[in-house]
Design a protein around this ligand. Structure first.
Ligand code: CP
Ligand code: NVA
Length: 293
């Protein structure tokens, strides 16, 4: 996605949010169907896609891997060719990123990444929308990512490249984000072991769980390895005066973020961030369906 396309989607999301709150939302998806394939759990992603589609006059099919023949080894390529002849848009949450790439290659309709082990781009649309609503353009600003160099972190790197902001990443040794992606970002992204250094002067501080879905067996070990990487009021005191805190959620209170900070709505905008998944994805779906029509 180009920066113009991304900014267009963000502005469209903000307008859709106002329209939704004022009860004047057009049923632009009349007769349209979204297929939603989930191979991992979800609260926000499922509810926001399903509610968003319904609010715009369309409908959504929840397809868990337990119900699909794909869960009994029907090839991804066959599943893509079949489902995409029946629906207008597909979203997938899965493990290996390669699976969604293969699916998209064989799909006749747009395929949305609703989280893989490598990326979580829909989260970033909502996060950028949230920043823009609270503080204006993110271009040229500094964001600090504290913790695991995971899927959400990778999407933050992609956003820094597309939208031209600085991203300071602090992670323990062995938990760095993908080195090729970091190199691609050039001097927009810096890596450090020191959370205070990463946060210094940042306008936005963000984090995520220490162990992502699929890494449950590592949770205990990670808790030790990430000691010193909690985001709390003390760490926020090194950020810019009006710095915001974000978390994609679900959060583990008093692990990667202190309960006190998460609940401090003068700094923490996590509930707006979660709500914006609804508006940002509506804007994304409108963008994809108009490009595909
Ligand atoms: N942030 C996010 O994607 O949440 P869910 O896992 O609940 O969808
Ligand atoms: N990194 C987390 C994000 C959840 C929305 C995970 O993949 O589990």
């Amino acid at each position: 996605m180009s920066s113009d396309e991304c900014n267009h989607i963000i502005q469209s999301a903000i307008a859709l949010k106002t329209a939704h709150k004022e009860g004047r939302q057009a049923r632009v998806f009349d007769g349209k169907v979204l297929g939603m394939i989930f191979e991992k759990s979800s609260t926000r992603t499922r509810v926001s896609f399903e509610a968003g589609m319904a609010q715009l006059g369309g409908s959504a099919l929840f397809l868990s891997s337990n119900d699909l023949q794909m869960g009994r080894d029907e090839p991804v390529e066959d599943t893509a060719r079949v489902i995409s002849r029946m629906v207008d848009l597909i979203m997938i949450r899965t493990f290996a990123h390669d699976k969604i790439e293969r699916f998209a290659k064989y799909s006749k309709v747009p395929v949305i990444n609703a989280l893989t082990d490598d990326y979580h781009p829909c989260q970033l649309l909502a996060d950028i929308q949230t920043y823009v609503e609270h503080r204006g353009s993110i271009q040229g600003q500094t964001v600090a990512w504290i913790g695991d160099g995971n899927n959400v972190c990778h999407s933050w790197i992609n956003a820094a490249i597309t939208l031209d902001f600085k991203l300071n990443i602090a992670c323990p040794e062995g938990y760095e984000p993908n080195a090729t992606l970091v190199a691609e970002a050039g001097d927009r992204v810096t890596l450090t072991r020191n959370p205070v250094e990463a946060v210094a002067g940042a306008q936005l501080v963000t984090t995520d769980v220490y162990a992502s879905m699929g890494q449950e067996s590592e949770a205990k070990a990670r808790l030790e390895q990430f000691s010193g990487f909690q985001v709390n009021h003390q760490l926020m005191s090194y950020a810019a005066d009006d710095a915001l805190f974000m978390h994609c959620l679900p959060a583990h209170r008093n692990e990667e973020v202190s309960e006190e900070l998460l609940e401090d709505e003068s700094i923490s905008v996590v509930w707006d961030e979660a709500e914006n998944r609804l508006h940002a994805q509506k804007a994304l779906m409108i963008f994809l369906l108009s490009a595909n029509s």
